[in-house]
Ligand binder design. Structure first.
Ligand code: PLP
Length: 446
């Protein structure tokens, strides 16, 4: 019988049977390496016994307590642990069930804060092109990815965009602080063009996710955007839905630059694939001001439910107990060096980038001009399918305005060992060989 389920497109995939650690098995018994942690979600691997036990323990007590009827110990504990990981003065945690909800929450809290401060004219949220902040209409309005937003243009508020700092495409040196300033100054210019007193916030992924393929900001960029936001009284939102939770080798992506935002969104690895879970974390003063002014007009039914929170707490505990942030840093370095070495073998790999185990490579027709591969090759889906057939799951996106350009995220769980990286690289190399042969692309013998 045909499935009644549908998602975004027709993509026949086998049924999942079970999963453990970095491995997954379909119902035919075929094994896969989860080389992208799903969509960069299953950060601590599958079937972690401590998380499963914490969930069972919580289920024995209660699985749901509506937030307007009860406080729950599980949500208090997770809020406490989350706040302890945040920059000073960011102690207020608002739970949601996913990344889009977390981003929506930041936009709406920012707006209510402006209203509470008598700044009703502030409503514009500047974001970057490309970027991905979620699929609900508010989060989509700040998303810079035309294939996903174009159908809904008439239904959304137009929000200003600035270019993401893709130094590798613009032929600039990402390690030169002048490059960071060059891109950050585009924010200042946009603020001036829009009218500084109409701008509410700037939202940025500290380490890029699927839209940019693990884009790392150039030197000085994160510090400079903080300064610019302060100069114009604009809130800075770090969307850490993907980069938060330790995958980059620090708990927050922004920890690499030591900068603190006003609002943070987190999801994905926060629930680790065990439960739908996300959160917004806000500066204390923002929350107090909004609550004093009558309250936050926003919330989702499942927010802060004790089962999700108990799982979230167990995920954070496992990350610390097993040293997974440190593992992401060291094993991430090894994986990055192995991906970089592929550039000797495949002239059509144009760039390798990322931090920790949030890594990507980009395929191009010409490494010097960074001209994309012909769209007809459909590299972004062909390479994923070839790797999938071999039992390796990786994640891809067409990069450049959604028209052409293909990047691939290689983001295995944070528990991955060096030996497992070797296993991943063997399969990836075999997949790239097959893709090169099929696409008629040259490769060297290296
Ligand atoms: N923000 C970022 C940076 C993301 O990477 C994503 C998902 O990929 C989202 C928001 C949306 O999260 P969700 O798919 O859980 O709604």
């Amino acid at each position: 019988m045909a499935s009644k389920l549908f998602y975004q497109s027709r993509l026949p995939r086998p049924a999942l049977d079970r999963a453990e650690g970095i491995y997954m098995w379909d119902i035919s018994g075929k094994r896969y390496i989860d080389g992208s942690s799903g969509a960069m979600v299953s950060n601590i691997g599958h079937s972690n016994p401590a998380v499963l036990q914490a969930m069972r323990d919580q289920m024995e007590k209660s699985t749901f307590g509506y937030r307007l009827h009860f406080q729950t110990e599980a949500s208090e504990i997770l809020a406490e642990k989350t706040a302890a990981l945040c920059p000073d003065g960011m102690n207020r945690v608002f739970f949601v069930s996913g990344g889009s909800e977390a981003v929506e929450s930041t936009l709406k809290l920012a707006r209510q804060y402006a209203l509470a401060k008598g700044q009703a004219q502030r409503f514009k949220v500047i974001s970057r092109m490309p970027s991905y902040h979620g699929s609900t209409l508010g989060a989509l309005s700040v998303t810079g990815y035309a294939p996903l937003s174009a159908p809904f243009e008439p239904m959304m508020q137009h929000m200003p965009k600035i270019p993401a700092p893709r130094a590798y495409l613009d032929g600039l040196d990402a390690d030169d602080p002048a490059t960071g300033l060059h891109y950050a100054d585009m924010l200042e210019q946009k603020i001036l063009d829009e009218g500084p007193d109409t701008v509410l916030a700037f939202i940025v992924e500290p380490v890029g996710g699927a839209s940019t393929g693990a884009l790392v900001p150039p030197a000085g960029y994160m510090q400079r955007i903080r300064d610019i936001c302060d100069t114009y009284g604009i809130l800075l939102i770090h969307d850490e839905v993907m980069s938060g939770g330790g995958r980059t080798g620090r708990f927050w992506g922004a920890d690499h630059w030591g900068t603190a935002p006003d609002l943070i969104s987190i999801s994905k690895g926060f629930g680790g694939g065990y439960v739908p879970l996300g959160a917004m974390i806000a500066r204390d003063e923002i929350v107090e001001t909004v609550l004093d002014a009558g309250g936050f007009a926003h919330g989702h039914t499942y927010a802060g439910n004790p089962l999700a929170c108990a799982a979230g707490t167990a995920v954070i505990d496992e990350i610390h107990r097993a040293g997974l942030i440190e593992n992401s840093a060291t094993v991430g370095k090894y994986l990055e060096s192995r991906l970089n070495a592929l550039m000797n073998r495949y002239p059509f790999i144009g760039d390798v980038r990322g931090k920790g185990l949030l890594l990507a490579f980009e395929l191009v027709a010409d490494r010097v001009t960074m001209e994309p591969l012909p769209p007809g090759l459909n590299a972004h889906s062909r390479l994923v399918d070839i790797a999938y057939d071999k039992g390796l799951i990786i994640y891809s996106r067409r990069t450049r305005g959604g028209l052409s350009g293909d990047h691939f995220l290689v983001c295995p769980p944070m528990i991955t060992t060096q030996g497992q990286v070797d296993e991943i690289m063997e399969m990836l190399t075999a997949a790239l060989d097959d893709f090169a042969a099929e696409a008629g692309l040259g490769r060297s013998a290296a």
